[in-house]
Write a protein that binds this ligand. Sequence first.
Ligand SMILES: NC(=O)C1=CN([C@@H]2O[C@H](COP(=O)(O)OP(=O)(O)OC[C@H]3O[C@@H](n4cnc5c(N)ncnc54)[C@H](OP(=O)(O)O)[C@@H]3O)[C@@H](O)[C@H]2O)C=CC1
Ligand SMILES: CC(=O)C(=O)O
Ligand SMILES: [Mg+2]
Length: 653
Amino acid sequence: MLSLNRGTFLRKGLGVLRVSLSSSGCGNGGGGGERESRVAMESTLKDARDGAAAVDVDPKLTVSGGVEDVYGEDRATEDQIVTPWATYVASGFSLLRDPHYNKGLAFTEKERDAHYLRGLLPPVVITQQLQEKKMMHIIRQYEVPLQKYMATMDLQRLFYKLLIDNVEELLPVVYTPTVGEACQKYGSIYRRPQGLYISLKEKGKILEQLKNWPERSIQVIVVTDGERILGLGDLGCQGMGIPVGKLALYAALGGVRPSACLPITIDVGTNNEQLLKDEFYIGLRQRRATGKFEDFANHNAFKLLAKYGSTHLTFNDDIQGTASVVLAGLLAALKLLGGTFANQTFLFLGAGEAGTGIAELLALEISKQTKAPLEEARKKIWLVDSKGLIVSSRKDSLKHFKRPWAHEHEPVKDLLDAIKAIKPTVLIGSSGVGKTFTKAVIEAMASFNEKPLILALSNPTSQSECTAQEAYTWSQTNESLSFKHKGRAIFASGSPFDPVEYNGVVNVPGQANNAYIFPGFGLGLVMSGAIRVHDEMLLAASEALAEEVTKENFDKGLIYPPLSNIRKISAHIAANVAAKAYELGDFILYPVFLLHASSMNSVIYLSFPLQLMLLLLLFVIFLSRVATRLPRPENLVKYAESCMYTPNYRSYR
Ligand SMILES: NC(=O)C1=CN([C@@H]2O[C@H](COP(=O)(O)OP(=O)(O)OC[C@H]3O[C@@H](n4cnc5c(N)ncnc54)[C@H](OP(=O)(O)O)[C@@H]3O)[C@@H](O)[C@H]2O)C=CC1
Ligand SMILES: CC(=O)C(=O)O
Ligand SMILES: [Mg+2]
């Protein structure tokens, strides 16, 4: 127990006292496991008055280095250097400002006494539920989505509670599509730091910068270089809204502790002229660095993933998360529609990170289901980029990630002609260009598919290849069509659209957004202590998500489950991902564990070469295993749930 004479502390300002509580348990610390207190007192300056006397300067010097006015307050002028004194005592006023511990009017009478809060708060004590109701009431009063965004970002601990309890309403506010506008205007709406900025200016001092981050037990880092923000292009340093938004979802939807999340933006400049001229722009005012800093460029996403994927626990959400969510939607749709994966023909508009990432996972799934080689499976998948259909005659001029998709075919210039030539059953938009699924495109899809599957993945809403309304109406307006079903297209989009009524039928469009996958996926990695991401884990995540789609959901037109169940869904995804991580190490781990356990007493009697061999074997196991948190929990879903962070207020001593 720590006691402190606050009067003495504040008047003399002898030191900075930090009291931080960190908890552990499930490797995730949210379950209220063992709490550990760390108290560190740093006395950095001598008493200012003593110091002033010793060096014989103005005796009215204040503790912060300025000069006392007649009221004893600091009247430092601009040219005087002062020390920014701060206290981190989790009591009194500082407790009310602490994002981790502040409960506002929900502090109990007892807590108000124990923590010097009397008088700092009005007398009423309210529940967290009432606070939540009040905040939702305030947020709903704003009509402009960006204002809602700013209001939610101002919340502290209550933020996660609101997001968890109102996920369908707030996801479009804190994430796509509003986060796109927030990034575009991030400089104008900037209020307080929400992540770490690593800029070219600080080259060579990155470790110092990382040490400045207040949290120590980081488990998930989301990093961007701001070059490709949704379908909005280069937003430079203002891309920070994306890691902040994604990590909010890791915490709220996936249950990773917020304090274990670190958003990072790498600022190497921007080529966005508008931002460079914007007086409120928060980043380096220079063009994007290339040359030796080329690794930061967006078009190197595949290279970075290939480089670090085999040595670090890395995951590219645009390539892998998107792939997993699309595969899940298609698995669910086919399960309910009937038909096999291998019998589908897929056509993409857009052959970048998202498009080719999805294509590769779909090919893997086809190959897994049919036992055909991957190269064979890829032949069911076609992609169109800005130059037309990707075909073999273009191979030499294609970027490496497009080459596997250069199939034998004559050149085709545009999407509509590609649809007519390929006759896909599934059309996927990943171009970042809005309005590209025209009436003719949708009608063509509907002309040879009874239920065309159409996914318009591009974000934000303005970049969506088509709207839900367009997909539903254009797929059934053509009188010459041989199919006369209502609500013919099965549609999902990256950004949400409202339900659409057409001819008395209400169709609910699903949201094909990686937000379904990455929170649970991240939790699965954390709880199993996985050291690498494998494609099989992405397939496992897709299967878990697809299993959550019910016939009732599908009858409404949904190929994804309602987001209101996302915590439960995330627990299932996490469990499947963790199960795969344990399985991937199993083949060698278990026999050797048995061997090790049964020979424990005799190991010391083994001859040296045998001991060496055993050690070598253990080393191989160490290198090959994926899950490192052992032993494997029996019920992974229950374990995932027990690991999830909950934002409910705790009682304070
Ligand atoms: N719903 C979700 O969860 C996700 C959605 N997305 C969205 O996907 C979109 C694309 O992202 P990403 O793959 O990273 O971007 P990239 O820049 O990597 O790829 C864009 C692709 O679209 C092609 N393209 C651009 N314009 C046209 C056009 N007019 N006609 C045909 N093809 C065109 C490009 O062609 P070329 O190669 O010739 O330049 C390129 O192949 C973004 O809007 C993003 O928001 C991304 C991730 C997740
Ligand atoms: C959702 C997402 O990651 C994107 O649009 O880029
Ligand atoms: Mg993205």
